[in-house]
Design a protein around this ligand. Structure first.
Ligand code: ADP
Ligand code: MG
Length: 623
């Protein structure tokens, strides 16, 4: 008879309570699903033993076909076969046109701004197309695991904006799946490596897939890793390598831009095959169908290919350098570079990445599967199958967050590339005597002036007890949760009045906008410094001017004689004039001047207020 089993306190009681979960790498080109089985995360094959599911969906009269079969039919039935739906998901037709990709589909503009692709299966949105891919992967997981999924983790490129993330979640919902969370692809790869290798130190994840490039800098410490910075390009990948090869073939074979969709599709397929073959051999023979039975024959060698793709690889290297600047590190700080994505099989890519980091890139985990494996580990964690504190996942915010202060300046509270979740607080005070409300303006960006940053939200804190300027203590707290949701709270500390607002900071921006904002902050650094100093001096000076005006109005007549008053007023109007100019130094000097001129007056006022305060009291009370 078997012994009865008793689990340890706090441990899962029975194996059948293990909740089924899966990680899905919903790629532009290929998608995968992975799960934990017997404590090991691995990708799941289909009935034919294939792990990669091409992200291609074909609509036929008999229904929907997904994967290899659809991909094979793509060249002959381009209008009803949708590939790279991920490039279109969450985007409007204008964005898609701006992508510049030659898309063979027929787009139908609908009233919802979501473009639909006209196919034999109807007018379909990229969300619906992606849902078909997810359905196939989820079914595969159910078959292998023998049960229903409690939830999934789906990976997305680090630079997906809110609309793209939301659209991905919608696709999952359409496929009948519960999304535990979306996970950035490079972060998922890092989870896979972070657990497999326990080396402490700084690591980079270089992910060049079919449609996206992501670079992440991570620090591993005792099994916990932290993302120090991320960067990349959401419109650069293996597809672009295919495109330059296809262009080259078009030139060689004298194929014009007006060639039919069918010819162009086949050409892309041939270009892709040639590129992949060149990862193994030094030269590949080419045989390109020109339609109507005609064809062109030629050859592409490795060095010609390298020259063609070098400018694209150089773009990824430049993005890596930018990312390292952000992290405040040099590429030499990196111990290992993890290579992710099918395009990292290109020898030239490995070579250039190796040159940059001065180390041989790591390719020991299958670059196609790493992301799905990391997602599976995370899904298992979120399904509640592991104890807390297993893997700490940290993401970063792409641009600094702050509030507007006097003078139209931005005070940064959470600097860019701070890991999330994060909570940061700073004290602010009132500008005027008796001020009972405060306008909090939440901003995002790297520049010093409000006008150059992006406004995220405005809210007001009311009910501040009236006090003299500078006496109130308002604690402004910024909190960004693990999903990137920002909430800002303003709390007046004496009476506890509070106001709060929630904003989505990062995902509303496109990478292009983020890039522009960063570039601007660098090119305008000197200008910004001057603007900041000027505004600060102006705020200070205006505060003095206001206080002096108020004092003169209340007791100037009684405390000053005519000459004294003329002297004070002269210094005052001099400062007023200088303040309107743009020389911070001059304002500082004039303000100091005014202060010196008014010293005697301030002293008189102080003595007088002491007398007033003491009137009616016995001297002893003050001892
Ligand atoms: P995604 O994450 O965008 O779906 P993948 O990581 O699956 O992309 O990578 C797909 C890309 O990798 C495609 O552009 C494909 O042509 C390219 N690729 C796959 N194998 C090779 C290879 N052996 N040599 C060069 N490129 C390859
Ligand atoms: Mg990928």
């Amino acid at each position: 008879m078997a012994l009865l089993q008793i689990s340890e306190p706090g441990q899962t009681a029975a194996p059948h309570q293990h909740r089924l979960a899966a990680g899905i790498d919903l790629g532009t080109t290929n998608s995968l699903v992975a799960t934990m089985r017997s404590g090991v995360a691995d990708t799941l094959p289909d009935a034919q033993g294939r792990h990669l599911l091409p992200s291609v969906v074909r609509y036929t009269d008999d229904g929907v076909v997904v994967g290899e079969e659809a991909k094979a039919a793509a060249a002959d039935d381009p209008l009803n076969t949708v590939a790279s739906a991920k490039r279109l998901i969450g985007r409007g037709l204008d964005d898609i046109k701006r992508l510049g990709a030659r898309l063979p589909y027929e787009f139908v503009q609908t009233d919802t701004a979501v473009p639909r692709i006209r196919t034999r299966g109807g007018d379909l949105s990229p969300v619906e197309v992606s849902a078909e891919i997810l359905k196939v992967l989820a079914a595969r997981a159910r078959t292998v695991l023998g049960g229903d999924l409690s939830g999934v983790v789906i990976t997305v490129p680090a630079y997906f904006d809110e609309a793209q993330r939301q659209a991905t979640k919608d696709a999952a919902r359409l496929a009948g799946l519960k999304v535990f969370r979306l996970l950035n692809e490079p972060t998922a790869a890092a989870v896979a490596y972070g657990l497999d290798k326990e080396a402490d130190g700084v690591h980079a994840v270089y992910d060049l897939g079919g449609g996206t490039f992501d670079i992440s800098i991570l620090r591993l410490r005792r099994g916990v890793f932290e993302v120090l910075a991320t960067g990349g390009d959401s419109a650069l990948g293996g597809d672009d390598l295919d495109r330059v090869v296809a262009r080259w073939i078009m030139e060689q074979a004298a194929i014009g831009d007006d060639a039919s969709h069918v010819v162009l599709r086949r050409l892309m397929r041939d270009a892709c095959a040639a590129k992949e073959a060149l990862s193994e051999s030094d030269r590949v023979p080419l045989r390109v169908s020109l339609g109507a039975g005609a064809c062109w024959e030629g050859e592409l060698d490795r060095s010609t290919f390298d020259a063609l793709v070098d400018p694209l690889i150089a773009k990824t290297i430049a993005a890596c350098r930018r990312c390292f600047r952000d992290a405040g590190l040099g590429p030499e700080a990196v111990k290992d570079v993890v290579m992710v994505g099918g395009s990292t099989r290109v020898p030239r890519v490995r070579e250039r990445v190796g040159d940059l980091f001065g180390t041989t890139p790591l390719v020991d985990l299958d670059p196609d599967r790493v992301v799905a494996i990391g997602a599976a580990l995370q899904a298992d964690l979120l399904a509640g199958n592991k104890g807390a504190g297993e893997v700490l996942l940290l993401d970063v915010i792409p641009l600094s967050l702050g509030v507007e202060t006097m003078g139209g300046l931005v005070e940064k509270i959470v600097p860019r590339n701070t890991t999330i979740p994060v909570a940061r607080a700073q004290e602010f005070t009132t500008f005027k005597d008796g001020q009972t409300a405060m306008a909090i303006h939440v901003l995002q960006g790297e520049r010093d002036l409000v006008a150059d940053c992006r406004s995220l939200a405005r809210f007001e804190l009311r009910g501040i007890p009236p006090m003299v300027a500078g006496a109130a203590r308002i604690l402004v707290t910024f909190e960004v949760d693990a999903d990137g949701l920002l909430s800002v709270t303003a709390l007046e500390q004496s009476k506890g009045v509070k106001a709060q607002v929630e904003v989505k900071p990062s995902y509303g921006l496109t990478d292009a906008e983020i890039e522009t904002m960063l570039r601007d902050s660098m090119t305008h650094a000197g200008e910004d410094l001057h603007a900041r100093r000027l505004r600060e001096q102006q705020v200070e000076a205006r505060r003095s001017l206001e206080a002096l005006d108020a004092a003169l109005a209340s007791d100037g007549d009684r405390l000053l004689d005519a000459t004294e008053r003329a002297r004070v007023e002269k210094a005052l109007s001099h400062l007023e004039q200088i303040v309107a100019g743009d020389d911070p130094e001059a304002i500082k000097v004039a303000a100091a001047d005014l202060e010196k001129t008014c010293d005697f007056y301030v002293e008189r006022r102080m003595n007088r207020s002491i007398q007033n305060a003491m009137a009616g009291h016995k001297v002893e009370e003050f001892e």
